[in-house]
Design a protein around this ligand. Structure first.
Ligand SMILES: Cc1ncc(COP(=O)(O)O)c(C=O)c1O
Length: 415
């Protein structure tokens, strides 16, 4: 019987592997070799903040529609530097996303501040102004939002809330390069933004990297100083380091690679957008138990992965079995993206500064020593969604196979 699922011994719908991303091309290799050639002929090893990095920073700022960019050495450090640029006092609470990579939250603790988790808004992996408002206290120093999966947060209400409470907003754009919210590039609405440019992202600078972007020149210089051990960059009359920071610098080799990548980024964004929109439309047209779930209106996501809501009442198996069946058909669906920071051991055990329990345990901190967060919406959302990583090299055949697999598996399991 042709409809027999592969998980039950049938023939998988897709036998071929999915196409690779092929993100690095001869052009990146040529750019990297040119940096080596310069180093060999000059006798000086390539460094940082040289002509390649400056060109990359300018090109990145141009990509964002104007502003100031500073390449750093990871997305984690981009968040660290963006927060550091705000010069928050120790023990400030920073409102953090309900779902994020640990690298999007840990920097809060490394700055001696306290991460306070806002829940997701209904049916989403992202937070919203409504959830953020519930956790604002007199100790709140900043709001950090992450645009998870390439889907923009509903930023207008977040910015209105931040203005009401006079709080700066950091946008974590690690998963969302090139997305638009009401026509505006994501990363330009908050006070400062952090991008990851590690190899798995829409745009990369080699293996690891990140960018701190802002339209505020003062914040930009503050970020640049903080990213380079507090060197007095752009400060008159200062010779020595003006504040404590780490060395989060990018380097000229990564920047040269990134510069080539930036030229291809608009095309990558367009392709990813097309792939996402096609899958979304076909799911709406063909599927009964699978849907895209709720999304913020007037946004153009650039999916890093896609989340699909599974109507568990409509099918006869649990989500794990359903995803195993998709996988057996040749489509690598992930059962979950349950990256909820407060569920992780480092957070639960307060493993930040040895056994001290700092910063929560410190008497200077007047907030809850054993924080508990209402994560009802995000747990429900992660329970009800499965995910699928997509990328710009998925061709029409892959898109069709994804939908055929969804339909095939659904058909067998629909009640
Ligand atoms: C939302 C978010 N923030 C921060 C990071 C950390 O970036 P990196 O891995 O480049 O340090 C990631 C990485 O995936 C991320 O997805």
């Amino acid at each position: 019987m042709t409809n027999k699922l592969a998980i039950d011994g049938g023939k998988p719908l897709r036998n071929k592997p999915l196409p690779p991303r092929s993100l690095i091309t001869e052009a990146e290799k040529t750019a990297a070799i040119a940096v080596f050639d310069e180093a060999i002929s000059s006798g000086n090893a390539f460094g940082y903040d040289g002509k390649h990095e400056q060109a990359y920073d300018q090109a990145f700022a141009k990509f964002m529609g104007g502003g100031f960019a500073d390449g750093v050495n990871s997305g984690t450090n981009a968040v660290f530097v963006a927060l550091g640029a705000l010069q928050l006092d120790a023990f400030s609470e920073v409102i953090v996303p309900p779902i994020s990579d640990p690298g999007g939250v840990m920097p809060v603790c490394m700055l001696g501040c306290l991460p306070v988790m806002a829940d997701a808004c209904h049916d989403s992996f992202n937070t919203s102004a409504e959830q953020i408002e519930q956790v604002i206290t007199e100790r709140t120093g900043a709001i950090l939002v992450a645009h998870i999966a390439g889907e923009p947060v509903d930023m207008d209400p977040v910015m209105a809330l931040a203005a009401k409470h006079n709080l700066p907003v950091v946008e974590d754009c690690a998963q969302v390069h090139g997305a638009l919210y009401k026509g505006k590039p994501v990363g330009t609405m908050g006070d400062i933004a952090a991008f990851s440019t590690m190899n798995g992202k829409h745009h990369c600078t080699g293996s690891q990297g990140g960018v701190v972007f802002t339209t505020n020149e003062q914040l930009h210089w503050e970020a640049k100083r903080f990213a380079d051990r507090g060197k007095p960059t752009n400060l008159e009359g200062q010779t020595f380091n003006v504040r404590a920071g780490l060395n989060c610098n990018s380097n000229d080799l990564s920047a040269a690679i990134g510069l080539v990548q930036l030229q291809r980024l608009p095309e990558i964004i367009e392709k990813r957008r097309h792939i996402g929109e096609t899958i979304k439309a076909e799911v709406a047209r063909n599927c009964k138990a699978i849907s895209m779930g709720w999304q913020v209106e007037q946004t153009h996501p650039v999916y890093w992965f896609m989340r699909f809501k599974l109507d568990l009442d409509a099918i006869s198996v649990d989500k794990a079995t359903f995803c195993k069946a998709l996988l057996a058909e040749g489509i690598p669906a992930g059962e979950s993206y349950r990256h909820i920071p407060c569920e992780m051991p480092w957070f639960k055990n307060k493993s930040v500064f040895g056994q001290s329990g700092f910063p929560w345990s410190c008497s200077e901190y007047k907030g809850p020593k054993e924080p508990e967060f209402d994560m009802t919406n995000v747990i429900k959302a992660t329970d009800e969604h499965f995910i699928l990583y997509t990328h710009e090299n998925y061709d029409q055949e892959v898109l069709e196979d994804i939908i055929k697999v969804f339909v095939k598996v659904e058909k067998v399991y629909l009640n």
